[in-house]
Design a protein around this ligand. Structure first.
Ligand SMILES: [Zn+2]
Length: 395
C-alpha cells in the first residue's frame, strides 16, 4: 500500500487530491516527445543515482544548501482555484533564499506565451539557521485567473496550470510555478482528527511538520525533513507501507516535480547497493522508499508510477553492459530508448510514447492505455525471471 501523508506546516484544511504526478522541470527540447505538447515546461523527475549515499540523493543535496536567489515554497490562497472563480489568487509566503528586495517573474498569458514581466517587491523577511529568507506575496485578479484558464488545459488528469517562470537572481535558472486547480463534484472523504499534528482519511494522512520545507535551506534541493515526517507518521500508523509519498501543502518549488529516495534495498544485481536506513525513518522494516511531490504532481499516474519504478531502477550501467552512450534526462537513473513496449522510467520518452519497430524501422507512437512497465523493469521488480524477458532493441 502507498499512503500519501501530506505535510502541513500550519494547521489548515488540506486540499486532498485524489490522484498524484511528479517531477522537475525542463525546457522545450523534450516537448515534442510527449503526447501533451503544450507550450509550457515539462515537469521532470528529480531522482538521480547516488550510490555512495546508500540511496539516491542529489549531489547538491548534501552538504550545501540552496543557493541564494532560489525560491523554495509558497502557500496558495485559495488552496484550489476553480474555473469561474470570482476571488483573487495570492501566493503567500513565497520564499526566496537570500536578501532580495525585488524579484522577477514571467507570467504566461494567452496573449503573451513568453510571459509578461512582473516585478515583485518584498513584503517581509525572516531568518532560518542564520540565512535570510525574503518573502513575497504576489496576487492576481479573477479576470487574470480567467485568462490563464482559457489558455491552458487542465482537469481531472492534471489538476494544475502552469503560471509562469520565476527568474533566479543572476539569470542562473528559472523555476516554473504551477497553480493547483479544483474540480467540482469530487466527493467528500470523512476526516478523522487524531490531534493538532495528525489527521487522516482513507490512505491519506495529514501531518504537521514545521521543519519540512525550511530544511531545504541548509539541506539542498531535495533536502526536505523527510525523517521528521516519517517518524511522526510511525507514531500513529502501522509499519506496513512500502512507500511514503509526501505532498507538502505548501507548494514546493525547485528543479523537479517529484523524486524517489530509496530507504532500503535488498535486491542485488540492479547496480544499486544493498542497504537499510529504516531505523532512521522510524520504520521497523517495511519501508522501502520515500517520495516528495511538488504542487499537485502527485495526481498523475505517469508520475507516481515513474517514481515508484525508481525503487528498482533504472541504474543498470548500459555503457558497460552493452556499450550504449547514455542520453536524455538524467541518463544514469533512467532507461535508454528501448523497443518492446513503453517505459515509465525512460530518459527519452515519457510513458505516453513508445517505440514501434517494424521492418528495421523505428517509429515513435502513442502508447495505448493502459501504459505498462517495460519487461526489463518488471524483471528488476522480480515480476519476470530473466528468461521471461523478451528480446528488445535499443533505438
Ligand atoms: Zn525519474
Amino acid at each position: 500500500m502507498k499512503p500519501r501523508p501530506s505535510v502541513w506546516p500550519v494547521a489548515a484544511v488540506l486540499p486532498v487530491l485524489a490522484a498524484a504526478v511528479l517531477a522537475g522541470q525542463t525546457a522545450a527540447p523534450t516537448l515534442l516527445l510527449r503526447a501533451d505538447a503544450r507550450l509550457e515546461p515539462v515537469q521532470i523527475c528529480g531522482t538521480t543515482p547516488r550510490w555512495e549515499l546508500n540511496g539516491r540523493l542529489r549531489a547538491d543535496a548534501l552538504p550545501t544548501g540552496l543557493a541564494g536567489g532560489e525560491p523554495f515554497m509558497f502557500d496558495q490562497d485559495p488552496p484550489l482555484v476553480f474555473a469561474g472563480a470570482s476571488s483573487s489568487l495570492t501566493l503567500r509566503n513565497f520564499s526566496v533564499v537570500g536578501d532580495f528586495p525585488a524579484v522577477t517573474f514571467r507570467r504566461v498569458t494567452r496573449d503573451a506565451p513568453d510571459g509578461v514581466v512582473e516585478t515583485w517587491t518584498r513584503v517581509s523577511m525572516r531568518t532560518v539557521s542564520g540565512q535570510i529568507v525574503s518573502l513575497f506575496e504576489p496576487t492576481w485578479t479573477a479576470a487574470e485567473i480567467d485568462q490563464m484558464f482559457s489558455a491552458r488545459r487542465y482537469g481531472f488528469d492534471q489538476p494544475f496550470v502552469y503560471w509562469g517562470a520565476f527568474e533566479v537572481a543572476g539569470g542562473a535558472a528559472q523555476r516554473y510555478i504551477y497553480v493547483r486547480t479544483g474540480l467540482a463534484g469530487i466527493p467528500l472523504s470523512p476526516v478523522v482528527r487524531i490531534n493538532d499534528q495528525v489527521q487522516y482519511a482513507s490512505d491519506v494522512v495529514n501531518l504537521v511538520v514545521p521543519t519540512f520545507e525550511d530544511a531545504r535551506i541548509t539541506g539542498g534541493m531535495n533536502g526536505f525533513d523527510l525523517v521528521s515526517a516519517a517518524r511522526l507518521f510511525y507514531q500513529y500508523f502501522a509499519d506496513r507501507y512500502d512507500v511514503l509519498a509526501l505532498s507538502p501543502e505548501s507548494t514546493a518549488i525547485g528543479d523537479f516535480g517529484a523524486f524517489h529516495a530509496n530507504v532500503q534495498n535488498t535486491v542485488s544485481g540492479l547496480n544499486l547497493s544493498t542497504f537499510n536506513q529504516d531505523a532512521r525513518y522510524g520504520s521497523t522494516g517495511a519501508l522501502q522508499g520515500i517520495e516528495v511531490y511538488a504542487g499537485a504532481t502527485a495526481t498523475r499516474y505517469q508520475d507516481t508510477d515513474h517514481e515508484m519504478a525508481h525503487q528498482w531502477g533504472s541504474d543498470f550501467d548500459w555503457t558497460r553492459i552493452a556499450g550504449i552512450s547514455r542520453a536524455g534526462h538524467q541518463p544514469g537513473a533512467h532507461s535508454p530508448l528501448w523497443t518492446g513496449g513503453e517505459t515509465l522510467i525512460g530518459a527519452v520518452l515519457f510513458g505516453d510514447r513508445r517505440v514501434s519497430a517494424s521492418n528495421g524501422r523505428f517509429t515513435i507512437e502513442q502508447t495505448p492505455p493502459p501504459a505498462a512497465y517495460h519487461p526489463l523493469e518488471r524483471y528488476s521488480m522480480g515480476i519476470l525471471t530473466a528468461d521471461q524477458v523478451p528480446d528488445f532493441e535499443r533505438t
